[in-house]
Write a protein that binds this ligand. Structure first.
Ligand SMILES: [Zn+2]
Length: 376
């Protein structure tokens, strides 16, 4: 160590400086490479020779602290949710009944498997097991469909309930999938939304239940580790909006504007989502501020409205149940007068929101436009 330092002292400063700079650049480059590739590398980390070298080697370099130990992510591509569930059709030839005895589907029942996905599928094909479910959600979010929705699967331990429900098994197994995964929540929620759209099952905790909640059940699944609020939040993001799920209450409105002819004024209204489905901008679940009864009579007040009878859409990307949405729009008129614009929230892909007598009063004053023009 010491001799190296001594020899370095003899090197002229500019050269030493250049060496240092080059060294630092190399370190920076290496650091940059590590940072940019670590997200991917973490998945395929293989121990280096140095890390495997016996500790007894005196001149072996001191072991470096290993990178933060993070479990490898299951998916390299971030899940964009909501998505459309795409089950793999893996029909069983036993353990179900054709049809539902004339009953309509009214519930979705969640279970966990307690064995691996593969063993679950096997069990459903063995008559002696006497069990089946419509769907099985693997730990990585893959969905297998074993029984058609029109048929009765044997999952709830209550035949009357089986005829009126769809069973979803979530893989939970001490080896293959010891904990519910994010992918399972997404997949099960996407599946529940698809079932809701097909069968009209409302996505609330009355109609989406655990096996433990089936009358007469002595089962405990999906158990205390299943995060019901998170799951129901996810279903609210993809649930089809209907008259039953589209609701709102009033939060606030900006002061009624008084403007000169041709002067623009901004109006903001806040509504709380008191329904069961999230409002999502740019989708069938988008919340809009509509003119009551779709009237276009006051469309001459429009200043940049999306359409003559829809002054505004929600500002926020996602407004889950319980959250507040802001609707901001501008009005302008060349005709002096006082106008009352009757408003009502609407999800055009679903239903009108509650009519709460919402309105905006706009006063357009005469003879001010000239002065304002002069200021500009
Ligand atoms: Zn169960």
């Amino acid at each position: 160590m010491v001799p190296v330092r001594a020899s370095r002292r003899n090197v002229s400063w500019p050269l030493a400086f250049r060496e240092v700079v080059r060294g630092r650049l190399l370190i920076l480059l290496l650091a940059g490479l590590f940072v940019t590739s670590s997200c991917v590398a973490r998945v395929s980390v293989v121990p280096q020779r140095d890390e495997l070298a016996p500790a007894s080697l005196a001149d072996a370099p001191a072991p470096q602290p290993t990178p933060r130990a993070a479990p490898p992510p299951r998916l390299l591509i971030a899940t964009r949710f909501p998505y459309v569930a795409q089950p793999e059709w893996l029909p069983t030839r036993t353990n179900y009944d054709e049809g539902r005895g004339g009953a309509a589907v009214n519930w979705i029942v969640l279970h966990y498997t307690d064995i691996s996905y593969a063993r679950t599928l096997k069990a459903f094909s063995i008559p002696a097991s006497n069990v089946s479910a419509h769907y099985v959600v693997r730990g990585d979010g893959h969905i297998g469909q074993v029984v058609g929705e029109a048929d009765t699967a044997w999952h709830a331990g209550n035949y009357w309930f089986n005829q009126r429900s769809i069973g979803i098994e979530l893989e939970l197994d001490h080896i293959t999938n010891p904990f519910f995964t994010a992918e399972q929540y997404y997949a099960a929620a996407a599946l529940a939304c698809a079932i809701s759209a097909r069968q009209g099952v409302p996505l609330d905790r009355t109609h989406v239940v655990g096996h433990n909640e089936v009358p007469g059940s002595n089962h405990s699944d999906p158990g205390p580790t299943w995060d019901w609020p998170h799951f129901m939040y996810l279903t609210s993001l993809c649930a089809p909006p209907t008259a039953a799920t589209v609701h709102a209450s009033f939060v606030s409105e900006s002061a009624f504007p008084s403007v000169a002819e041709n002067e623009s004024a901004s109006i903001s209204i806040e509504l709380r989502n008191t329904g069961g489905t999230a409002w999502r901008k740019g989708t069938d679940q988008e919340a809009r501020l509509g003119v009551r009864d779709n009237s276009a009579d006051l469309a001459f007040l429009a200043d940049g409205w999306p359409t003559p009878d829809r002054p505004a859409v929600q500002t926020e990307e996602i407004v889950p149940p319980g959250a507040t949405a802001t609707f901001t729009f501008a009005v302008k008129s060349e005709l002096p007068g006082t106008y009352v614009l009757p408003l009502r929230g609407v999800v055009d892909g679903g239903a009108w929101m509650d009519d709460m007598g919402l309105y905006a009063k706009v006063t357009v004053r005469k003879g001010m436009s000239g002065r304002k023009g002069a200021l500009e």
